[in-house]
Design a protein around this ligand. Structure first.
Ligand code: UDP
Ligand code: MG
Length: 138
């Protein structure tokens, strides 16, 4: 069984969209096996997105990600890494397929409501960033 890291980002938490987003995962048969609500510091947001540190949007992205609470979750299911990316939609909501989280809810290419790991290696790293083994429910 595969696992991935999802984050409901600050723009979605602020607009009371936690339930809306979680319902989409549950309706798709995906299990939430760990979840918390927290506010990242600027330094933590920089560490989480270190892979993007040379990109022009890195400063703004890490300001935004540390601007308010977010909800990291571990999702579990068969092929859940790819399945989650499909449910999320493309990075830019203008390019996201109809019915995806980002098409329906995102504000713009930066404030795009959700994060999802993109491969098994990043999923393992990103899960370990937010959760310890004993925080896993099942
Ligand atoms: N991002 C941005 N401007 C861009 C590209 C990305 O602000 O031109 C932000 C956006 O919040 C995105 C995050 O940086 O979700 C990480 O970018 P990535 O390319 O990994 O997109 P994702 O995997 O989230 O679809
Ligand atoms: Mg990415």
């Amino acid at each position: 069984m595969e696992r991935t890291l999802s984050i409901i980002k600050p723009d979605a938490v602020e607009r009371n969209l936690i339930g809306n987003i979680i319902k989409r995962f549950e309706d798709a048969g995906i299990k939430i096996v760990a979840m918390k609500l927290l506010k990242l510091s600027k330094a933590q947001a920089e560490a989480f997105y270190a892979v993007h540190k040379e990109r022009p949007f890195y400063g703004e992205l890490t300001d935004y990600m540390s601007s308010g609470p977010c909800v990291p979750m571990i999702l579990e299911g068969e092929g859940v890494i790819l399945k989650n990316r499909e449910i999320m939609g493309a990075t830019d909501p203008k390019e996201a397929a109809a019915g995806t989280i980002r098409a329906d809810l995102a504000i713009d290419k930066e404030k795009n409501s959700v994060h999802g790991s993109d491969a098994p290696e990043t999923a393992a790293q990103e899960i370990a960033f937010f959760f310890t083994e004993y925080e896993l429910a099942g």
